[in-house]
Structure formats: structure tokens, C-alpha cells
Ligand binder design. Structure first.
Ligand SMILES: [Zn+2]
Length: 268
């Protein structure tokens, strides 16, 4: 494997490059992907991280906050970019996760000494105590609770986006994904569920979640929303839904759309 931490001289003209400065992505016109051959024209690039190997490698680099940008380069928020397309979510999202990992592991969590980049693997190493730190993801469950033609949707108390969506939450240490589904539904809405069916998973780079999607059948209880998490929750007929996330970009939208189709086709 190629060493994942590259010097500027190791950037190839054919590489694809995501340029970031703080939480902003630098746009080349309407495009967030630069060519490796552009690296010479942007001041402040000292090196890059290899995100994907292959013929057209994907690299990400973090420009210093004080680097002044040439005219024509437009910084946009990473979060804003990721919602533009599924491709942006996958590519720029992955690059962003790697940077987030590096920024949050500059020091060893055991002894506090600065970490250094490994020569041969994607790892940060503590020179004093030898600990290796690898990019990490945080597993979460996201579940659509169903009751015949109806699905349980909730509005998040913190994001206040206006959208209704599935329930979701982090898997706790020592817990299976299935246990997490049952606990989250109980905690957030005071309902009991059974017959869990795994649907699919999605990387969700805000900043580094892996969402495991499930369907779960309602078996009992009355909805009592947990105030800190849920602004409002209720049952909705699949043919009379409120504003829900797009199925093109989020697993929540896919869970909802896929179930609604099954109901309409008489299969649930
Ligand atoms: Zn250490």
C-alpha cells in the first residue's frame, strides 16, 4: 500500500483533490474536486492524505487558516456541500471524515504527547507510549417503526429543521444493534417494538457515523416523546406523510419510501 500521508511532491497530476480550509470546502467553479495538477496554483498546500488509492487517487488536504486564496476560489460549508448530491456525500464526506480524525487525534489520549503520521499505514502514532490511532467510525441505529399502513415519525427537538424522520441513536458500548433499536424506541417514544428487520447501512459523515437501518414492528405502548430529543412524534399513513427527508440522499428517506411502496403494493 502507498504511504497514506503524502508530501506535496507526491501529488500526481491525475489525482482528485478535495481542498479544505477549516470547515469550508474550496470550490473550483461549481466543482469541489480539483486535479492534482492544480495543486501548484494553490498556496499553502504542504501535503495530502490518501483517501482512496487507484488510477485516479482521491486525496484531501487541509490549508492553513491564514493561507490567502487566489481569486475565483469560493469557500462553501462542507455541510452545505454534502447535501447537494449523493456523490458529494460519498466523496467529500469521506475526505472530511479523514480530516476530522486527524484534527481530533493530534495528541495521544493516553499520555498527551503529540502524535506523528505513520510511514506505512493510515494511523497516527504516539512516539512516547507507542499507541496507534486509526480512523474511527461511530455506529448508530436508525429505525422505522411500523404499524400496518402507519409509520412512526418524529421531529428532532435540536435540529428544528421542520422535517419528520425516523428515530435514530448511537449504539452504546456493550450493546448489539438490535438492543440499541429497542432501547432507543423505548427511550425516545416510550414504545415497544419487535420483529426487527435489517434494511441497509449508510455512511453519514456528520462527522463519522455509520447508520444501520432497521424496520421494527410496533407491539405496544402509547407515544410519550422524550422532551430533550423529540419535539413531536406521531403515526402517519404512508399515503399522507408530512415533509420527510429525501430518499436520494438519506437512509431515513429510503426506509420511508421503500416501506410506503411495499404498502401500496399490498406487501407488508
Ligand atoms: Zn502516548
Amino acid at each position: 500500500m502507498t504511504a497514506p500521508f503524502l508530501d506535496k511532491e507526491e501529488i500526481r497530476p491525475s489525482d482528485r483533490l478535495v481542498l479544505m480550509q477549516g470547515e469550508q470546502v474550496l470550490m473550483s467553479g461549481e466543482d469541489y474536486l480539483w486535479k492534482g495538477s492544480d495543486a501548484a496554483t494553490v498556496p499553502g498546500i504542504e501535503g495530502a492524505i490518501l483517501v482512496e488509492d487507484g488510477d485516479e487517487r482521491l486525496l484531501v488536504t487541509d490549508l492553513p487558516e491564514q493561507a490567502s486564496l487566489p481569486a475565483g476560489i469560493e469557500p462553501v460549508s462542507m455541510r452545505g456541500l454534502l447535501f447537494r448530491s449523493e456523490q458529494a456525500l460519498l466523496t467529500a464526506g469521506k475526505a472530511n471524515q479523514y480530516l476530522h480524525w486527524i484534527r481530533s487525534h493530534r495528541h495521544c489520549g493516553y499520555c498527551g504527547i503529540q502524535t506523528i503520521a505513520s510511514d506505512n499505514e493510515l494511523a497516527l502514532i504516539c512516539r512516547q507510549c507507542g499507541h496507534h490511532f486509526f480512523p474511527r467510525i461511530n455506529p448508530c441505529v436508525i429505525m422505522l417503526v411500523v404499524r400496518g399502513r402507519e409509520i412512526l415519525l418524529a421531529r428532532n427537538a435540536r435540529t428544528r429543521s421542520g422535517f419528520y424522520s425516523c428515530l435514530a441513536g448511537f449504539i452504546e458500548a456493550g450493546e448489539s444493534a438490535e438492543q440499541a433499536v429497542q432501547r432507543e424506541v423505548r427511550e425516545e417514544c416510550s414504545l415497544e417494538v419487535a420483529n426487527l428487520r435489517y434494511f441497509k447501512s449508510q455512511s453519514w459523515p456528520f462527522p463519522s457515523q455509520l447508520m444501520l437501518g432497521f424496520y421494527a414492528d410496533y407491539v405496544g405502548g402509547e407515544i410519550i416523546p422524550e422532551e430533550a430529543e423529540i419535539e413531536e412524534a406521531g403515526w402517519f399513513d404512508v399515503d399522507d406523510l408530512p415533509q420527510v427527508p429525501s430518499a436520494k440522499i438519506s437512509i431515513a428517506g429510503e426506509l420511508i419510501e421503500h416501506y410506503a411502496e411495499q404498502v401500496r403494493n399490498g406487501r407488508f
